[in-house]
Design a protein around this ligand. Sequence first.
Ligand code: HEM
Ligand SMILES: *[C@@H]1O[C@H](CO)[C@@H](O)[C@H](O)[C@H]1NC(C)=O
Ligand SMILES: *[C@@H]1O[C@H](CO)[C@@H](O)[C@H](O)[C@H]1NC(C)=O
Length: 512
Amino acid sequence: MGTLIMCISSLLSFLPLLLLSIPTLIQWRFGPARHLQNSGPISYPMIGCLISFYKNRRRLLDWYTDMLSASPSQTILISRLGARRTIVTANPRNVEYILKTNFTNFPKGKPFTDILGDFLGNGIFNVDGDKWCHQRKLVVHQFNATSLRAYVEKVLKDEVEKKLLPVMESAAVGGRAVDLQELLRRFAFDLVCRVSLGYNPCCLEYDCLDARQPILEAFDTASDICARRGAAPLAAVWKIKRFMDYGSEKRLREAIGKIHLFVDDIVSEKKRKIMSCCEKGEERWDEMDLASKMVRDGMDDEFVRDTMISLIMAGRDTTSAAMTWLFYLLSCHPHVGNEMARELTAIQCGDDASGFERLKELRWLKACICESMRLFPPVAWDSKHAMSNDELPDGTKVRAGDRVTYFPYGMGRMKSLWGEDRFEFKPERWVSEVERGRVKALKNYGPYKFSVFQAGPRACPGKEMAFVQMKYVVASIMERFAIRPVIPDRPIFVPLLTAHMARGFKVLVSRR
Ligand code: HEM
Ligand SMILES: *[C@@H]1O[C@H](CO)[C@@H](O)[C@H](O)[C@H]1NC(C)=O
Ligand SMILES: *[C@@H]1O[C@H](CO)[C@@H](O)[C@H](O)[C@H]1NC(C)=O
């Protein structure tokens, strides 16, 4: 009898809590409130959407995309136990507001710096305010139109002719499968090191395609573990592991150590050379990489290192991921590749031997690259953190401290933005003018709808360089080689810090 009373009384004491939570449950499942402002996953009091988050953890991209499609203004609100409130948007008006109109209210923020700080330090990727502004100016100045031409003529042409094409050639002769993604990643790493550090690590060599490249692995390890930190359901877990120097956190610390050593060695060697140059009375040190400029200007060692690491991270996996997905899509759509071959034949190099001028004429090729990045954006999502309360143009209320994420992957898949055929690879959607069978002009969808390079004051400063590089490389390969995937499966898009194809892209290469 006593126990029964205890049971009832304890039930009664829970009743108010239960009653309180029922309206919330109903509201999320059926209520009109859901359509009023933000849609989102089914959430419960206290734990939020932790359960659905867990169920969908292996398909977050498509889960978010589905919810965004269902939301009236393509914006959702996600709250779950152990993580901050997150607003995810695929609405171009919101994107413009966050990235440009009220830019200062949406910095990267401390939560981001926390996750990447060990790896990126004070590099441009990971800082806000004055620190960011300073580096931004340096980088933008460095990647101007004049230096772009020099980049194509000196660095790109050289790397393609001396490394990439010979490797492809031996793959064609040898007849064995190569991982095109790995090949392009090594190539992109060499390029970005030459541009930023003025140093060629020569990671792409045919003889050692199977050999490990410790420095590449260190970069991979560091970015993987940092990305997992960001995706962890509970942030406390990695912080404890870091404190105990255990497991992944220990591996991260070791990888960062290797990366620091790599950059420091190159920079101090450069410093030594520049000093001896000065002593000999030679006025100019005429290397044009950014590190040389920073050393010459007497900038702090740690600052140089952090800038370099950010630049390498920015320029390395992005272009290689974009090109890997393009080659995959071309293998599924032969008519698009045939069209590309036609354009390449029709537009030959003029007087300039490097082909820099020709690149501008290759518009179908550019349409293909854009279309491929629409579906598989190298940076699938990107987050800011609100400084103060605010309201997005669609009426979504933002609280100070909220994470606000714009989502290029989902944006590329919104019917409201791209129409019924949004899942299809159709480069023609980028073409606005055709003259005698040749593409004369492309559409410009603007950076808020096509947000793969971000937009506003923090838009990717490497965009033009990236396009030049991708066009040059894809054209050089397509003109000479045919590429056939060995694995017929549908590849899997993995969005870590930058996206890539799970298990690589094994192909057979043959001469055209
Ligand atoms: C297809 C290739 C590329 C894509 C899709 C891309 C995309 C992006 C995106 C989305 C951001 C914003 C990231 C953020 O704020 O968290 C960014 C920033 C940046 N990108 Fe790129 N990028 C590409 C290639 C490159 C290349 C080749 C370089 C130069 C080596 C580069 C240099 C940078 C830098 C320095 C930033 C930081 C800018 C800032 O915070 O002010 N990117 N890029
Ligand atoms: C921008 O953000 C601030 C908060 O930092 C807010 O007070 C203001 O209303 C916002 N709107 C515009 C249009 O700047
Ligand atoms: C362009 O960049 C190069 C270095 O890449 C620099 O030496 C030159 O001064 C810059 N020119 C302009 C006009 O900014």
